[in-house]
Design a protein around this ligand. Structure first.
Ligand code: ADP
Ligand code: MG
Length: 876
């Protein structure tokens, strides 16, 4: 406590105590001030100068501040640093306040509860999540995008909740200050560090109270109407705690949150966090950016609403064939109507972010400019509707039916607001002429008053004979007459002197003061009335929030579908056939991202045929493999090929066309992708333990309908160890799961698996030799890769012929087992041919050669190694 407590500081401490865990911005005159530890944080995170109050006392109070107009900028910085910020305003006019100005917190800004455009990324959703659990360990997860009103909840396991959190990537997560065990478990499973964790009092997570709050908000008796079964649901409890927090931080009802939607996991393709990362679905591994991810490549949307919806669709593709087909039908129709789609996109391009406008409208934060933007967006709707008429596909037809033109709101905005209203209400200038007779009168009075003053100035100048007599204005005296020192003697007797300055004197007169009253009074009244009219308009339009929200959803969906159509046309994508059979047939498939990065036309397309084991599709076709075992040298294109299969499946289930000449995609329930630890460049910390934990997850949770992508699994440990694991994993996936699997591996030994496992097929990436150079053809062909590739490269590199021949012979010997039966693979047999020098006990050189991983060597390394071997042999 400061040595000398003032009423102002007392109020500060009071407000601070009411908002634990937040940084308090305390308005004092034209500044926002931070005190005590907050001041130090402000100095550190905002670069403010740290000063102190009561400097001379024993106990000075640390203080830092910034001018009031910097609020948005500073808030943005604080939020980016992960702070919660309470803004305490002067809620009384200091001019009229008796005693100390009353101060109240008008908003609490937190990373998860933003609605302001300046603080949000227009192209990403901003989720606030709440995590809870019951005693039995069922985890409840609820999430809300306050900036759009999307609100969902579900009950699940801790593992599933961690996956959902990875998908949602929330900015802030609420938990009880005494979190249930399963909530802590979820938190531990979800690795993301970026979200802010906010503890809430335990009573906020009391089931009954949470339910009551939800019912009160939605004005319902129960939540059954929202399809939430009665009885205990930690998800519903989490939703209640979440809504409570949202209302508290917004300081207003969140009227745009019109329903709580149960989230059904089965309706969406499950993609866990590791898969999301390694497939780079929405951000790249390297720098986490959208650019260079699948999302970045296929995003052709023209509105922020569309961009956000696309991210949502892509993070959770569909699993229902009919729902997927509905999207594909719409995309196809739009694609076939290129001019119509272009026109539609032009219209959408002019639309503002209706979803977020509506959120600000519902939380009472819409500015005059927001309403004007809303109006302009509504103005586009009739033309958009016209483009939607006469459509064949059900989805477009439904969108046409759902599109609500909100004509009343549109008309009200158009007739009430001026063309280009200001952002702030404080200065007036937003209400059009003709809206209110009173307003028009005040305005003409104010204007007339100004004209009168001009006339008065001219008259007085003439009467007094002072040529440069001027009417001036300042806040202290109001209007006054200004006379320079040289004309002082001409001042008429009826002027009342108010102030003497160095070179001039200032006077007032009764008529001037009388007019001042009228002008200032009229201006003030006009502004007050404008604000009144604006508030009424805002409230009136706010009643349309549910309709406006529905329309925003239509625009967003249209934007995504039209974007898919555009991408399909420009990228040469084809419409996939989507089926319930667990097959994956791709004709001339391409990797959508690599294809774009490579010079145009240089990407080599490749096909794929896979089917889960023992499915009808397999039986009918005479045995399609379930497991594709891909071998080939480094940089051949293995990783690209297996990833493109997963990306094509995901795109198809999202409802997009796919980068291929043809594709039949059997709906997957889950897609798994794992990259072996040593190949996972983006993850510095990655250990073999992590790799095995993730592999274990696949083996435990993949079903026959899943798609599994394994990239160099097992490489993170010693050769035999890793090989044995890779071997066993493949066997298990084949025998016990039978799902569609693509496995890129440098373990050549695995290529013998097809001999014992009927559902496994070998493929390799062909490499061509031309003019002594190795050319990667990136073409996938059946069969195992050529084992002697490293020796081959050595030959190309110019290693002397005898050495190469010798190496070939050694290799052959090392490899000769009894036909590659499973048990013999790990341990090479003792060389069968006479190795001369090596024949006695194991020679160190022989041991060394055994350990060479040919696939892992560059041609230069192979050459160096061979030269080394030769030199050492010569020494013997
Ligand atoms: P691997 O996993 O076999 O080491 P990658 O899949 O990482 O190889 O591919 C290496 C590089 O080869 C890629 O970065 C890409 O530029 C190129 N590449 C891969 N596949 C193709 C293809 N089908 N067509 C053209 N270039 C390709
Ligand atoms: Mg690779």
């Amino acid at each position: 406590m400061p040595a000398k407590s003032t009423p102002m500081l007392e109020r500060y401490l009071e407000v601070k105590a009411e908002h634990p865990g937040t940084l308090l911005l305390f308005r004092m005159g034209d500044f926002y001030e931070l005190f005590f530890e907050d001041a130090e944080i402000g100095a550190r995170d905002l670069g403010l100068t740290l000063t102190s109050r009561d400097k001379n006392s024993d106990n000075p109070v640390a203080m830092a501040g910034f001018p009031h107009h910097g609020l948005r900028t500073q808030l943005a910085k604080l939020i980016a640093k992960g702070h919660r910020v309470a803004v305490c305003e002067q809620v009384e006019d200091p001019k009229t306040a008796k005693g100390m100005v009353r101060r109240e917190v008008t908003q609490v800004v937190t990373p998860g509860t933003l609605v302001d455009d300046e603080l949000l990324d227009p192209r990403s959703a901003n989720f606030l999540a709440a995590l809870h659990a019951d005693k039995a360990g069922t985890v409840g997860l609820a999430w809300l995008d306050v900036s759009t009103g999307e609100f969902r909840a579900a009950d699940m396991t801790a593992r599933q909740a961690a996956d959902e959190l990875a998908r949602l990537d929330p900015a802030e997560v609420l938990v009880s200050e005494t979190p249930p065990k399963a909530a802590d478990e979820t938190r531990a499973l979800w690795e993301a560090e970026s979200a802010l964790w906010t503890s809430r009092p335990a009573y906020a997570f009391a089931a009954e109270e949470a339910k009551r709050k939800l019912c009160a908000h939605f004005g319902t008796q129960s939540l059954e109407g929202f399809d939430f079964a009665h009885g205990e649901s930690p998800g519903v409890t989490a939703a209640g705690a979440l809504l409570d927090y949202a209302t508290e931080t917004q300081r207003s009802a969140v009227g745009h949150v019109t329903r709580l939607t149960p989230h059904r996991r089965g309706e969406r393709l499950v993609i866990d966090e590791a898969t999301r990362r390694s497939l780079e679905l929405t951000r790249t591994i390297r720098d986490g950016s959208r650019e260079g991810s699948l999302l970045g490549v296929i995003d052709e949307t023209v509105t922020p609403m569309g961009a956000r919806l696309l991210a949502d669709w892509l993070s959770g593709p569909l699993t229902d064939v009919a729902a997927i087909e509905a999207r594909l039908d719409a995309v196809e129709e739009l694609k076939n109507d290129a001019p119509g789609t272009r026109a539609l996109r032009d219209l959408l391009n002019s639309a503002y972010d209706l979803e977020r406008l509506v959120a600000r409208l519902a939380t009472g934060r819409a500015t005059p400019r927001d309403l004007s933007c809303l109006g302009r967006t509504l103005d586009l709707l009739p033309a958009i509707e016209a483009k939607l008429g006469d459509r064949q596909s059900d989805l477009l037809h439904d969108l046409f039916g759902t599109l609500d033109l909100c004509p009343e709101s549109r008309a009200r905005i158009a007739e009430t607001l001026v063309e280009d209203p200001p952002v702030q209400t404080g200065q007036g200038g937003m209400i059009a002429v003709g809206v209110s007779a009173d307003l028009d009168e005040y305005r003409s009075l104010a204007r007339g008053g100004k004209e009168w003053i001009a006339k008065y100035q001219a008259e007085e100048s003439e009467r007094s004979g002072i040529p440069n007599l001027k009417v001036g204005f300042n806040k202290v005296f109001g209007y006054y007459l200004e006379v320079t020192a040289s004309h002082r003697d001409k001042v008429p007797a009826d002027y009342i002197r108010k102030q003497t300055l160095k070179n001039q004197e200032r006077y007032i007169t009764p008529p001037l003061k009388e007019y001042e009253q009228r002008v200032l009074g009229a201006e003030e009244k006009a502004v007050a009335l404008e604000i009144e009219i604006f508030d009424a308009l805002r409230d009136e339009i706010a009643r349309d929030v549910p309709r406006l929200k529905a329309t925003a959803a239509v625009l967003a969906t249209l934007d995504v579908l039209a974007g898919f159509a555009t991408r399909a046309a420009s990228g040469g994508y084809c419409r996939p056939t989507v089926t319930a059979d667990p097959v994956l047939h791709i004709g001339e498939g391409r990797h959508p991202v690599i294809e774009k990065l490579n010079p145009s036309g240089t990407f080599v397309p490749n096909g794929l045929v896979l089917a889960a084991r023992d499915t009808e599709a397999v039986l009918n076709s005479g045995g399609m493999p379930a497991v594709c075992l891909l071998t080939g040298p480094n940089m051949a294109g293995k990783s690209t090929y297996i990833r493109q299969a997963a990306l094509i499946a995901i795109l198809a289930q999202t409802g997009s066309f796919v980068p291929a000449a043809s594709a039949t995609v059997g709906v997957c329930d889950r897609v798994f992708a794992r990259v072996g630890a040593s190949d996972d460049v983006g993850r510095g910390q990655s250990t073999f333990m992590v790799e095995m934990t993730e592999t274990a997850r696949i083996l435990n949770s993949a079903t026959r309908r899943s798609l599994v992508i394994l990239d160099e699994i097992g490489r993170g440990t010693s050769t035999y160890d890793g090989l044995s694991l890779a071997w066993a994993v493949t066997e298990h996936l084949h025998d016990a799961v039978g799902c569609r699997t693509l496995f890129a591996t440098h373990y050549h030994e695995l290529t013998t698996l097809p001999r014992t496992l009927p559902g496994v097929a070998n493929a390799n990436v062909s490499v061509h030799e031309a003019d002594g150079e190795v050319v990667f053809l990136h073409r996938i062909v059946p069969g195992p890769a050529d084992r002697s590739y490293g020796v081959h490269v050595a030959r190309l590199a110019g290693v002397p012929k005898p050495v190469v021949e010798r190496a070939d012979a050694i290799l052959e010997t090392l490899e000769s087992g009894d036909g590659g039966k499973t048990a013999n693979v790990p341990k090479p047999k003792k060389p069968a041919v006479q190795l001369g020098l090596f024949a006695a006990e194991p020679h160190p050189l022989l041991e060394e050669l055994k350990q060479i991983d040919v696939d892992d060597m560059t041609p230069r390394e192979a050459l160096a190694k061979l030269a080394d071997v030769r030199d050492r042999l010569r020494e013997v």
